[in-house]
Ligand binder design. Structure first.
Ligand code: CAA
Length: 244
């Protein structure tokens, strides 16, 4: 039976390509989405290109919703073997303009969510002796970014979670890793004002934005058996914009 992969926020720019890459690798692919209605067109368009995905509405910032999500997926699809914590939002503002609502929104959606979702699945992975948790962080969790105290804090926090959990579950055959993408050609990056975006691109040594497929290929590798020796890592994939 095919292993099951759950990708949170799988209908976004990077998420969609992760869903396709994991389906290509033989996984049964399940995704969450936050806004009801979004799934209809997305599932239909995936189907047109030969992909059958399963989609569940869930606000990953809401712990109880994640408990219910896990119960539904486990009953209807099966136990989750690969979890990609990919859901995330931006609410960019310089710190002097950042209000509590936008601080809380980003911390809850980008950081609390990895507790809420991972909590539902990691014990099962450990009991079965195989699992993969992949946290999609950001270059801006590694280097900081003007206008992103909220986002950078949440994204840096994700990797702390990765390193701690990786040590707890390593001997159970479960790996936990962080991927830190740089600026990728998605709606999120296109929402950055054009003049600022162009300055950012000028600072990327490969002179272009990344492609969602390039992130998805790394997720597929981390999900494979061959990646069993890699755990607690923070993999930078940013066109050389930040080297650490
Ligand atoms: N470098 C230097 N100074 C900057 C600056 C920059 N990049 N951006 C703003 N400033 C300075 C301005 O020069 C100005 O200085 P003065 O007050 O001395 O004149 C001040 O900050 C302006 O502050 P404001 O609060 O008025 O800024 P604003 O409202 O015009 O916009 C911003 C600020 C929202 C941060 C805007 O610059 C912006 O959108 N920046 C891009 C942030 C970014 O990279 N976000 C990434 C989104 S994609 C993503 O997150 C995916 C991923 O993982 C990579």
């Amino acid at each position: 039976m095919a292993k099951v992969a759950l990708i949170t926020g799988g209908m976004g720019g990077i998420g969609t390509q992760i869903c396709k890459a994991l389906a290509d690798a033989g996984f049964t692919v399940v995704t969450t989405y936050s806004k009801p209605g979004k799934e209809i067109e997305w599932l239909a368009s995936a189907k047109e290109t030969g992909y059958t995905f399963h989609a569940y509405q869930c606000d990953v910032a809401d712990y109880d919703a994640c408990v219910a999500l896990a119960a539904s997926i486990t009953a209807e699809i099966g136990p989750v073997d690969v979890l990609v914590n990919n859901a995330g939002i931006t609410r960019d503002a310089t710190f002097r303009k950042l209000d509590k609502v936008n601080w809380d929104a980003v911390i809850k959606t980008n950081l609390d969510s990895i507790f809420n979702v991972t909590k539902q699945f990691v014990d099962g992975m450990s009991e079965r002796g195989w699992g993969r948790v992949i946290n999609i962080s950001s270059i801006n969790g590694q280097k900081g970014q003007i206008g992103q105290t909220n986002y950078s804090a949440a994204k840096a926090g994700m990797h702390g979670f990765t390193m701690a959990l990786a040590q707890e579950v390593a001997r159970k055959g479960v790996t936990v890793n962080t991927i830190s993408p740089g600026y990728i050609a998605t709606e999120m990056v296109m929402a950055v004002p054009e003049d600022i975006r162009n300055k950012i691109i000028a600072g990327i040594p490969v002179s272009r934005l990344g492609k969602p497929e390039e992130i998805a290929a790394l997720v597929a590798y981390l999900s494979s058996d061959l990646a069993g020796f890699m755990t607690g890592a923070n993999l930078a994939i940013n066109g050389g914009q930040h080297m650490c």
